[in-house]
Design a protein. Structure first.
Length: 608
């Protein structure tokens, strides 16, 4: 969600801060701001809109100083306007604070502050927090932050600076990501490694309930109760090149085109063709428990939920273990039944999704074994699970997930094969799947070479405002994900559903202008899907199909066909989604949409 960057050191802070929040633009935001300690107090600039607007409003003489903070805000409390933008100042103007998260009891705190004669100027929950820090400030900013947070209920990643204590940054975390980059005589506090990597690859990760006091020549970490905490300095598994466009027009296109390499990296060391086995070191210590488990629950949000739905199909098909997939946002609030022998898998690209974290904690509190499937090393979910698997697909900058989704599906596939072989799956059957998986990078690369053809189809249909995406079996979750991609970045209304369900209501929507996308690969329900296509054609719907190479029958029915190579049915979702990602991308570009920063969306959803 919101992006946080704070710097203290020997260099001018302003260019480092602005460059840092630019690297966090992909997270989604609607206002931006910066504050610098310039020797004469706090100098603040903030406004609604893009960082470029903020940058143009700052003269070369302004904001000089070696300590400061910057922020990009995704609005929760209050409209995206100048007043609600961060940083926020306390009533004295001595203290500035930036915040990612939600203060749930902000109304009660606002009432308390008003009783103390302190009025809030904005509509935000964040200003309540900085006013509370100012209220408790008696010459020790660390103590004031600790006192304020003791009264707060909610989630936060915060950075605080004070003109009375120049050069010092106070950082604290609960439920929102926050890391500290460790340089030579300088430190950067940020909500994302992308803002740090240009300056240092050495970082420390704050855990929930921890805070840090940072100067230009050192730092200390502690709990919110002031108990000292020793943190190890870790190496970021990230390079600057990883987060650059590399000649592509958009990060989303870059990440779609990176999927051959991303899948190869995800499988490296895990798909062992010579030995005929899946190797998942992150699960080795729990292998016996996983084989004996009575039920899997997969919990996730958005795109990760679609990957989880495929996980349900995979675990039941390949491992013969009952599996449910749950929206994380609903899971914690419905008193879920967790029986002995239940394993809960949290799926999240960022590893910081608040709803998924909460669902995971609910499951652990009820006695479940907790596993994580995440992309970001050191993230909260990665640290709070009993075991897990990293995607290793590289950083994903585009808000609409592509290669991370594919990595999630691939990891769940490997998990299902890993457990299935230990339960009932024969070695020859496993070997067939391993051979097919090894061919995956080349098969995806072949699909991406159809990009220009897919663009021409997108051009033909880009003005249609209602689409249907239909599939059966393993292709149903792909229909959901294909529709979501189109909605997210092109703002076209699209719905995914099981193809058979079309007859139970949605068929009434079909007109001669409606694009209907079928995922119609050769599989166990192929003939049924052909019948569904005929039903759409009878109502003059316009059919676009994703089909298996060599299928001549479907070419006589569909107006356009995107062909994909043949794979065993459980592995088909790993390739059928690729042309749908490209279709959504090209439609959005042709409609003039901001593909990497779609309106109202954020990359990492760290609020409920």
């Amino acid at each position: 969600m919101c992006g946080i960057v704070a710097y203290t050191g020997f260099r001018q802070a302003r260019p480092i801060l602005l460059e840092g929040i630019k690297r966090l633009e992909y997270r989604g935001y609607d206002s931006a701001g910066i504050a610098v300690l310039n020797g004469g107090g706090l100098h603040v600039r903030k406004n609604a809109g893009r960082i470029s607007v903020l940058e143009s409003a700052i003269s070369n003489e302004e904001l000089l100083g070696t300590c400061g903070m910057a922020h990009t805000r995704w609005a929760t409390h209050g409209q995206p306007n100048d007043e609600n933008a961060h940083p926020h100042l306390d009533a004295s103007g001595r203290i500035a604070l930036v915040h990612n998260g939600i203060i749930e009891n902000y109304q009660a705190l606002r009432t308390y502050l008003k009783q103390q004669g302190i009025e809030c100027r904005s509509d935000t929950d964040t200003e309540v927090l900085v006013q509370l820090v100012g209220h408790f400030y008696k010459g020790d900013i660390e103590a004031a932050v600790r006192a304020a947070l003791s009264d707060v209920r909610g989630t936060y990643g915060i950075a605080v600076i004070c003109s009375e204590e120049p050069g010092k940054i106070i950082a604290a975390k609960k439920g929102s990501p926050l890391i500290i980059g460790v340089g030579d005589g300088e430190y950067i506090v940020a909500s994302d490694a992308a803002a740090i990597i240009q300056h240092t690859a050495q970082v420390i990760y704050l855990s929930d309930g921890e805070m840090a006091s940072v100067w230009d020549d050192g730092f200390k970490t502690m709990t919110l109760d002031a108990a000292p905490v020793t943190k190890e300095v870790e190496e970021l598994g990230l390079t600057l090149e990883d987060i650059e466009l590399g000649g592509h027009a958009h990060f989303m296109l870059k990440e779609i085109m990176e999927q051959p390499d991303a899948t190869a990296n995800c499988m490296r060391g895990r798909v062992d063709l010579m030995e005929g086995r899946i190797v998942l070191g992150g699960l080795a210590e729990l292998a016996r428990e996983l084989v004996q488990t009575k039920r899997f629950i997969i919990t996730a949000c958005g795109t990760a939920w679609h990957a989880g739905l495929l996980g349900e199909y995979l675990f039941e098909d390949l491992a013969h273990i009952p599996t449910e997939v749950e929206y994380a946002s609903e899971f914690r609030y419905r008193n879920p039944i967790i029986e002995q022998g239940t394993v809960v898998i949290a799926v999240s690209q960022s590893g910081e999704t608040t709803d998924t974290q909460a669902a995971l904690r609910e499951a652990r509190d009820k006695g479940a074994i907790a596993l994580g499937v995440v992309n970001v090393v050191g993230s909260t979910i990665a640290r709070e699970t009993d075991a897990g698997i990293y995607l290793h697909v590289g950083p994903e900058i585009g808000v609409a997930s592509t290669k991370a989704y594919l990595g999630q599906v691939l990891v769940l596939t490997m998990m299902a094969l890993y457990i299935g072989r230990r339960r009932h799956l024969s070695q020859p059957a496993l070997q067939d799947h391993l051979t097919a998986l090894a061919s995956l990078p080349d098969k995806i690369a072949a699909i991406t070479r159809q990009s220009d053809d897919i663009r021409r189809v997108a051009e033909e249909f880009k003005d249609a405002e209602n689409w249907l995406y239909l599939g059966r079996g393993y292709n149903y979750p792909t229909a959901l994900e294909g529709a979501l991609k189109l909605k997210e970045i092109s703002y076209i209304h699209a719905e995914g559903m099981p193809a058979a369900e079309m007859k139970h209501g949605p068929i009434a929507l079909i007109t001669e202008d409606m694009p209907v996308v079928f995922i119609a690969t050769k599989n166990s329900q192929y003939e049924k899907v052909i019948s569904n296509i005929q039903e759409v054609l009878a109502r003059k719907g316009r059919v676009i199909a994703v089909a298996t190479e060599g299928d001549t029958e479907i070419a006589n029915l569909a107006e356009h066909v995107f062909y994909v190579p043949d794979l065993p049915e459980p592995l088909q979702p790993l390739i059928t989604i690729v042309p749908l990602q490209l279709l959504a991308y090209h439609a959005a570009v042709l409609r003039g949409c901001d593909v990497d920063k779609p309106r109202n969306l954020a990359k990492s959803v760290t609020v409920e």
